[in-house]
Design a protein around this ligand. Structure first.
Ligand code: DAH
Length: 380
């Protein structure tokens, strides 16, 4: 059974709630103003100094205000308890007590809700402003890449030979022994055929160890006359060190026609090197041996750095060794279906990576294949 209460019994509790409200409301009282009122903002800045931005301050203030509302008029508040107790008041006083409690609810609840509403409006406004896109801001540039130094060099070489009337051949990276060795007049017992030097697939195919293989494909497909260069990857079982890599790039050149002589070879290579390194470049040929050419020659050119005086790049010799060349061996022409009694030709081959190394003064050929952007970026 609930005992009957008098209005007087509840009054101290009404007053206590009112007091708590008045005390705590101090911190929020300006928030019933319009959120754009300077006093509103000033008060927010003064009381919520710790926030990083006005938006932070407003969000913090609103959270705090919400907690205060729950404390004062929420379901578990003293006011809610008071409302329940109105039912226990003597009948004659119950109306007036109920009104007093309701008034208190309105007196506290209205400003709390108004202030929360204004803070929310300010928050919305500040959020919209912060999210607005400034269309006049310059865009972020995408990082532009560039070609790999070997590709740039390959393209320069291609341009020069295309200018001299040469076609560009692709070739294959995996070859049969016929293309990699037999057709190139490389004897059965030649050390290059050994698996210490050449990579073989489990099916017995060779990863081509030189671009000379493309000579055969080109002559078989195009017949004679033919003029082509073939840039591409080649593979050798070398342990990587500053001057070796098991995969590197070569360019092969082949010119077959009636009456082609060593003079054409020398003229072509010399012209290529002049276009590559400047008109004053001098070329020299030294006798050599390759199974697929007869006679064979290696060629050097005058150092592009010192002009032949001697420097670090040419190891003080004034000359830079670049590649091999020669008159295509009759056996090679025959293997590719070209009649050596009618046609003759010259061929040459050089390493692109080696050339790249020389031109850029690189100390280590492996840098070219490590895909380190910090290194590659320097060749833009
Ligand atoms: N294939 C040779 C090598 O890898 C280079 C070469 C020499 C190519 C003489 C030729 C040539 O076409 O005639 O060392």
């Amino acid at each position: 059974m609930t005992a009957e209460l008098n209005f007087e019994d509840l009054k101290p509790r009404v007053n206590a709630i009112q007091e708590v409200f008045q005390q705590k409301w101090e911190r929020f009282r300006y928030f019933v103003l319009d959120h754009s009122d300077p006093k509103f903002i000033e008060h927010l800045k003064a009381e919520w100094r710790s926030g990083d931005s006005l938006l932070d301050m407003a969000v913090e203030a609103k959270d705090e205000l919400e907690r205060l509302r729950i404390e004062l008029i929420g379901k578990k508040s003293e006011l809610a308890a008071l409302k329940k107790d109105v039912g226990r008041i003597r009948k004659e006083q119950r109306g007036i007590a109920g009104q007093a409690v309701n008034n208190l609810d309105i007196f506290i609840g209205n400003p709390l809700r108004d202030a929360e509403d204004q803070l929310q409006r300010l928050i919305n406004k500040l959020r919209t402003e912060s999210e607005r896109i400034d269309v006049t801001l310059p865009g972020r540039r995408p990082r532009r890449g560039h070609l790999h130094p070997i590709t740039m060099l390959r393209e320069r070489i291609e341009d020069i030979f295309v200018g001299l009337g040469y076609a560009i051949e692709d070739g294959r990276e995996i070859e049969t022994d016929f293309y990699n060795f037999d057709a190139l007049n490389i004897p059965e017992n030649h050390p290059a055929r050994a698996s210490q030097d050449t990579f073989y697939t489990t099916d017995g195919f060779a990863l081509r160890s030189q671009t000379s293989t493309v000579q055969i494909h080109a002559m078989q497909r195009r017949g004679a006359p033919v003029r082509m260069i073939a840039p591409g990857r080649v593979f050798r079982r070398d342990t990587p060190d500053p001057t070796h890599n098991p995969m590197f790039f070569q360019v092969e050149g082949l010119c077959v026609d009636r009456g082609i002589s060593m003079a054409h070879l020398k003229g072509t290579v010399a012209e290529f090197l002049r276009r590559m390194f400047g008109p004053e470049t001098v070329t020299r040929f030294r006798p050599s041996y390759f199974p697929f050419t007869e006679p064979s020659a290696e060629f050097d050119f005058s150092c592009f750095k010192c002009g032949g005086v001697g420097c670090r790049i040419c190891k003080n010799s004034g000359w830079i060794e670049l590649g091999g060349s020669g008159m295509v061996h009759p056996n090679v022409l025959r293997a590719a279906g070209v009649d050596p009694d009618v046609y003759s030709g010259f061929a040459f081959g050089l390493g692109i990576d080696r050339m790249c190394n020389l031109m850029y003064g690189l100390d280590d050929i492996r840098l070219l294949f490590e895909n380190d952007v910090r290194f590659l970026e320097q060749f833009d």
